[in-house]
Structure formats: C-alpha cells, structure tokens
Design a protein around this ligand. Structure first.
Ligand code: AMP
Length: 292
C-alpha cells in the first residue's frame, strides 16, 4: 500500500493540485489532525467519489478563542500519517502555522454574518469566521471539486454552505453522518481529554438527543416540547454544564416551531473542562424517513 505524499508548502500544494486537476477530480478533507474514525469516514467517502484525495491537517489558530485549547489541542502527525497510509489517498497537506498565516498576514477574514453568530458562534466569538477563512484558503490552495465535512459539526456545515454559495466556490460540499462509539458518544478528538468518569457522564448528550428523537418518531412535531425534553435529560446529569439546546432550521440555524419540514436538534455542554457538541438531523418528514 503506498503512503500519501506529505506536502507542507502552499506553492507545492497548489502546483500539485493544478496538475492533478488536469487528470481528474479532486476531493479535499479538511481536518485538524488527531485523526479518528469520524475523520476516516470522510476520507473513505472522498476516496469513493474523486480521482485524487487531499487530506489537510492544520490546527487553525484563528478558530480558537483566547481561552480555548489551541496550545493543548492534540497534534499527532506521525500517527495520522500512518493511519492515512492505510487509506490509499494521494496527498496530505500539513502546513505550519507560519505558512498559512505569515507575519505579513494583515488579518483579512471571511465573515459569515448571522449564521456564524448562532449555536456555537454565540459562545465561541469569531470561531466561524476563523473556520470560513481557513476553509476558503484551503479551497484556493487545493482546488477541490468536492469537499467532505462531518454532520457532527452541524453549525460549521451551515456556515460553510453559505460561504461556498456566497463566494461562488465551484466546490460541492458533501456532509457525512456522525460516527459514534458503540455506546452512542460522538467520536471527537476532544474525547481524549475526558477522564473515565467524565466519559460516562458525557453520554448524556446522546441520551438527550435520542429521547427527543424518539418523541419525534412517536409523532411530536412541536419544537418547544422537543427542546424541553433535551433540557430535561441534560439536567439529569449534574456534571453536564449545558451551553445550548436548540431546535433549528439546519440551513439558517434559526429556531423553528415545527419540525415536520426537517430540523436540527443540537446540544452543547461542558463536562469538566471539555466542551462537547452533538446533534441529530431530522429529515423533512414522515415517520418512515426517520427509520432509514
Ligand atoms: P476536526 O479535525 O475536528 O476539525 O474535524 C474535521 C472534520 O471531521 C470536520 O468536517 C468534522 O465535522 C468531521 N468529524 C469530526 N468528528 C466526526 C464524527 N464523529 N463523525 C463524522 N465526522 C466527524
């Protein structure tokens, strides 16, 4: 099995993509590394869809707030490269911080107003501007036809969809389902921060969403009732400090009253010092849709 080529400079990545584009389609999978099964599911979807797969690994400083975990975020490039070596992909783009944000960077940022200020954007001020900026840069550098993102970060998906549309990026965004541990916990690079006790307590997010999802299945369409259910279950775990529980339109992230035309049930909470998010996407719907 051949290992992917590691590229660290923008110039080399751009030239490589320019050449690859003449041969076929390019898929980009943007990540911050510390790869897990969730990331690998995106890589496999990308592999199945395009001729050339680029996985980017970059811990992006502009999407972390001053009191967040940028310094401590896990950086495991060697292990990541080994994992990707088993996936038959062509390129890993892993630039250093100074390559992506050189000292001459004057702070030009991509802002997605309103959508970027909802859900995680409320407590993580400027987070989605950092995300939109780095993804726009990666699109310019790697020239993808398709880019792969996880449903796990549902607000990020809404922000990037709006960005790609507003700025006319010729890139198809593909959203892959959330990969979970066998007990339901959404796989995340930040799960490694959890102690065993916190790991058990963190299951409350999945329990809250599952209970609300079950109510939808039983015919409840009232968003307020579903939100109340999520909040009630979250409160049953004293170790969970809930940041938000929302029932929103998955595209605008605005609250809705009735979920029968589709909805995003989303929750964020701190367990100890670890911030976790999770969500369930309800299709526009009948009971049968939910059974798929
Ligand atoms: P990150 O490295 O956390 O920036 O994530 C890179 C990509 O992987 C994003 O598109 C995430 O939404 C996606 N991702 C993270 N966790 C999961 C998961 N459990 N299932 C599916 N995709 C995920």
């Amino acid at each position: 099995m051949s290992s992917p080529e590691l590229i660290t400079s923008i110039a080399a990545m751009r030239e490589t993509s320019r050449q690859a584009k003449m041969r076929g389609t390019i898929a980009l999978v943007p990540t911050m590394g510390a790869l897990h099964d969730g990331h690998i599911s995106l890589v496999r979807a990308a592999r199945a869809a395009c001729d050339v797969v680029v996985v980017s690994i970059f811990v992006n400083p502009t999407q972390f707030g001053p009191n967040e975990d940028f310094e401590h975020y896990p950086r495991t490039l060697d292990v990541d490269l080994k994992l990707l070596g088993q996936e038959q992909i062509e390129f890993v783009f892993a630039p250093g911080t100074a390559e992506m944000y050189p000292t001459c960077d004057t702070g030009t940022r991509v802002d997605v107003p309103q959508i970027g200020d909802r859900l995680d954007g409320v407590s993580r001020l400027g987070h989605f501007s950092g995300v939109a900026t780095i993804v726009a840069k990666l699109f310019h550098i790697t020239l993808p036809d398709m880019a792969f993102f996880g449903q796990k970060d549902a607000a990020q998906v809404a922000v990037l969809r709006a960005m790609a549309r507003d700025l006319n990026f010729p890139v198809k965004l593909v959203v892959c389902p959330t990969v979970r541990e066998p007990d339901g916990l959404a796989v995340s690079s930040r799960n490694r921060y959890l102690t065993d006790k916190e790991r058990a307590q963190s299951l409350v997010l999945y329990r809250a969403l599952t209970e609300a999802h079950g109510e939808v299945y039983r015919g409840v369409h009232d968003a307020r009732q579903l939100r109340d259910t999520i909040v009630r279950v979250m409160k049953s775990e004293p170790a969970a400090h809930m940041e938000y529980a929302e029932v929103v339109d998955p595209h605008t992230l605005l609250p809705i009253e009735d979920v029968s035309k589709g909805a995003l049930l989303a929750v964020a909470a701190r367990i100890g010092s670890t911030r976790l998010i999770d969500n369930v996407l309800l299709p526009s719907s009948s009971r049968n849709d939910l059974c798929e």
